[in-house]
Design a protein around this ligand. Structure first.
Ligand code: SF4
Length: 119
């Protein structure tokens, strides 16, 4: 049996979680104040994912960069590839909130969208 210590990142309380695992199976989660902590811990030890937020270049706009994010979580192991793909992206203004900046980021099936407008 293996024990992992995590901090729940779902709300500012930041509950310290202890997860007991056997191979890929989660045996128990303790330390969580609410059920979201347990789901977070189970996912984090079996299939950790994150929302990716970054910025990409914009040409001929009032600003030179626009903030973007993945529409949903992607596997942690795909973050580097996703950010690398976004480094090569250069948009033409105007950019609107919700515009798809990159489809199927790093082969995850998840799109990257603009979170800000640049006119
Ligand atoms: S377990 Fe619940 S209360 Fe604790 S940090 Fe996570 S979401 Fe917040």
């Amino acid at each position: 049996m293996e024990k992992k210590e995590l901090i729940c990142i779902n709300c500012p309380m930041g509950c310290p979680l202890t997860v007991e695992t056997e191979g890929n199976e989660v045996l128990s989660v303790t330390g969580n104040t609410c059920p979201r902590g347990e789901s977070y811990a189970r996912k984090e030890v079996t299939n950790p994912t994150r929302i990716v937020t970054t910025t990409v270049r914009v040409r001929e706009g009032r600003e030179k960069m626009v903030s973007v994010k993945t529409e949903t979580d992607i596997p942690k192991g795909k973050i580097f590839e996703c950010v690398k793909q976004l480094k090569d992206v250069e948009l033409m203004a105007p950019v609107h909130i919700g515009d798809v900046i990159l489809e199927n980021a790093a082969g995850t099936g998840v799109n990257v969208v603009a979170t800000k407008a640049v006119l």
